[in-house]
Design a protein around this ligand. Structure first.
Ligand code: PHB
Length: 360
């Protein structure tokens, strides 16, 4: 029987165990949206994870949606991340970067002067974002023109190459949580005509083109991708999630990606939204690479899911924020530190790098 604590190779990346640190927005980038020394210390402390998926990072200046999130598009950002990856590798860990475009979940104050958020649609989301002025409603977006899509795909490709130049072991394409790629996927948001709107094949086109471009640029064995079929967050569900995400996974299968990362239920919320069922195992059956599941896993559920072959890896979010030595605590069945929920977003070391390990 496979153990959560057994090693695994996912694509080209060899991991010491199957406990993954999920990507977590912490809003602590320094000037220039650079990952600073505190961020290097934060990830170094958590290098006992089989894999760290570093927080969502904007692929271009127009891809940002919240204050003080890191980017992966400037030389300063690459240099900042290099200190992070060196720290994690010196501590024996592996780390990939999540590539992010927020689409319409942004505010003009966070974007280059004179620009507005970009999406599949010109309809504004019913959502808030965090800016220098505090929480504000997101701005009305502009629908990307079809002739702008190749440039967008170039931004993903360049960001993936930048991540490798910064020393990451790979990247995770963020196609979840109702950000740009999912704004194309779902018929609840995408109101386009033409090659990127309408039926499932057209709505999935951007995701598949990004996955293809990134895989070709850095190697499919260094590329993962994250989906959240049943998360509402800033947009309603698709009218037929099973068909939509089934199609997506069928088309991703031949690319040879290192892994697929699926959030079950409502991101950060219930694993079983009332009256909404989804057959995650059906997606798993059609994907040949490593299968990573996430959302609200207890120690026992994680152990049981890997033992039963329902998942190859389990990603933990909040438990990894509070407990840097999570793998050891899970292995020895020891209690975790308490999460300081008021310190999740923004600020400094408090609630970031000051959680104790057992060794402390
Ligand atoms: C957030 O900043 O609230 C956030 C970022 C990335 C996600 C989900 C939420 O995937």
């Amino acid at each position: 029987m496979t153990s959560l604590f057994d090693p695994i190779k996912i694509g080209d990346i060899a991991l010491a165990n199957r406990v993954v640190m999920a990507p977590l927005t912490r809003n602590r980038a320094i000037a220039g949206n650079v990952a600073g020394p505190l961020t290097a210390e934060y990830y170094r402390q958590r290098a006992g994870a089989g894999l760290i998926i570093a927080e969502a990072s904007q692929i271009s200046p127009t891809a940002q949606g919240y204050l003080d999130t890191p980017g992966i598009h400037s030389p300063e950002q690459i240099a900042g991340w290099r200190k992070v990856t060196d720290a994690v590798h010196e501590a024996g860990g592996k780390i990939v970067l999540q590539l992010w475009h927020v689409g319409r979940i942004s505010h003009v104050s966070l974007l280059p002067a004179g620009t507005v958020p970009l999406s599949s649609t010109a309809r504004r989301a019913e959502a808030m974002t965090f800016t220098a002025e505090g929480f504000v409603p997101v701005s009305t977006p502009r629908a990307l023109r079809d002739d702008e899509i190749p440039g967008l795909i170039d931004d993903y490709r360049r960001a993936a190459c930048n991540a490798i130049a910064a020393g990451f072991d790979g990247v995770e394409i963020h196609a979840a949580n109702t950000y740009l790629i999912e704004q194309f996927l779902r018929d609840s948001v995408n109101d386009r005509n033409g090659p990127y709107g309408g039926g499932i094949a057209n709505r999935a086109r951007l995701l598949l083109e990004v996955a293809q471009a990134v895989s070709e640029a850095i190697g499919a064995g260094r590329t993962g991708l994250r989906l959240s079929p049943m998360t509402t967050f800033t947009a309603p569900l698709d009218s037929d999630p099973q068909a939509l995400y089934g199609y997506v996974v069928d088309r991703l299968a031949p690319l040879g990606l290192a892994y697929l990362h699926v959030i079950e239920g409502e991101t950060g919320g219930t694993r079983n939204p009332e009256g909404k069922t989804f057959d995650y195992d059906a997606l798993h059956r059609s994907f040949p690479g490593a299968w990573m599941l996430n959302n609200g896993y207890s120690r026992q559920l994680a152990i049981d899911s890997v033992a039963a072959g329902q998942a190859d890896l389990i990603a933990f979010g909040r438990p990894f924020i509070s407990t840097p030595d999570l793998v050891r605590r899970l292995r020895d069945d020891l209690p975790l530190n308490e999460l300081r929920a008021d310190k999740l977003y923004g600020g400094g070391a408090e609630g970031y790098t000051d959680y104790p390990t057992l060794a402390d």
